[in-house]
Design a protein. Structure first.
Length: 208
């Protein structure tokens, strides 16, 4: 269900920025409004390979997926349905999607991958995805997005967790990155938290 509004840029190196030198950025919603936010993790593009980019991104996220989701839910109570580690404008952030209370709106929450601090949040408009329908599909799931991230962590660094939304939510889709930058896709069962390879992925078979 990747519903991101940010544009992903290439990563070559990840550096933690201290002492108030973090770069200010703006997060815009579909209505054009924006809120200032700061990231403690900066990314730079030195034209390295995809594998090096992937490895640098994963290494830069000292805050794990499940912790970013927990931080987002403390800020915006509701149902977390996705978390992606993204880079944009020289910064690295966790983008967490939350269906708010009442199941009537999508909330986009950005979490600092270095500190766990919420950088900003806004309501997203999406006519294609009905939050009530997705919430209903996940109503009986005993495995949350946080649980799915924890379950898949044994396979590598989790860089994405999303509710599979091809007509109806059937599994959690999780992407992991190994230390050498190899990415793999996994399915996590909504009930048992069992992790299995995503057989539809082009990357399947590229083991860590």
């Amino acid at each position: 269900m990747k519903r991101r509004t940010t544009v992903i840029s290439a990563i070559a190196a990840v550096a933690l920025i201290g002492g108030g030198t973090a770069t200010a950025v703006a997060v815009s919603d579909d209505s054009g409004s924006s809120t200032a936010s700061r990231s403690s993790v900066r990314v730079e593009d030195d034209g390295v390979s995809d594998a090096q980019e992937n490895a640098a991104e994963a290494k830069g996220a000292t805050i794990k997926a499940e912790d970013a989701i927990a931080a987002a839910l403390r800020h915006t109570p509701g149902l977390a349905v996705g978390a992606d580690l993204d880079s944009d404008d020289g910064r690295l952030v966790w983008d967490v999607d939350v269906i708010g209370s009442g199941n009537t709106a999508w909330h986009h929450v950005e979490v600092d991958p270095g500190t766990g601090k919420v950088l900003g949040a806004h309501v997203e408009k999406d006519d294609d995805d009905d939050p009530a329908r997705v919430a209903s599909a996940l109503r009986n799931a005993s495995t949350s997005a946080e649980d799915a991230a924890r379950a898949a962590a044994a396979k590598g660094t989790v860089t994405s967790v999303d509710a599979d939304d091809d007509g109806s939510v059937k599994v959690w889709e999780v992407e992991t990155t190994s230390a050498n930058g190899t990415q793999r896709d996994w399915h996590v069962d909504l009930g048992s938290s069992t992790v299995s390879p995503d057989r539809t992925s082009d990357d399947d078979g590229n083991d860590d």
